[in-house]
Design a binder for this molecule. Structure first.
Ligand SMILES: [Zn+2]
Length: 117
């Protein structure tokens, strides 16, 4: 199963199914808008609510396309970075594989109180 992409040496690529991805989000035990994702570039944790606060959109529907995909720094210059997985470079550490076999790069769901041990 090699699609010819160059592996990114500095990031551990992880593949997950849509179900596993959603259950990782649910396991954070917070309302959907509060689930946090980590930007692979700057490490900033960010939720849909954070993106709404930063002005990316006015509700969950409007920010849905940015959550786990575009860093909050694109909307709030005071934090994060301006990374988006929609760019030219496939620099990401997680791909979600949907039932149709497509690979979708996403930020990793990481709870806000991530264990540091
Ligand atoms: Zn970032």
């Amino acid at each position: 199963m090699n699609n010819g992409d160059q592996p990114v040496e500095s990031l551990d690529m992880e593949e997950t199914t849509q179900d596993e991805y959603l259950s990782a989000i649910r396991s954070q035990n917070v309302a959907l808008g509060g689930a946090t994702f980590q930007c692979p570039i700057c490490g900033t944790l960010q939720s849909a609510n954070d993106l709404i606060e930063a002005g990316a959109g006015k509700d969950l529907d409007e920010v849905e396309g940015y959550v786990g995909f575009s860093c909050i720094g694109r909307f709030d210059k005071t934090r994060g970075c301006d990374w988006t997985l929609g760019g030219l470079f496939g620099l990401h550490n997680l791909e979600v594989i949907t039932p149709d076999g497509k690979h979708h790069p996403r930020f990793r769901p990481v709870p806000r109180e991530a264990p540091h041990d």
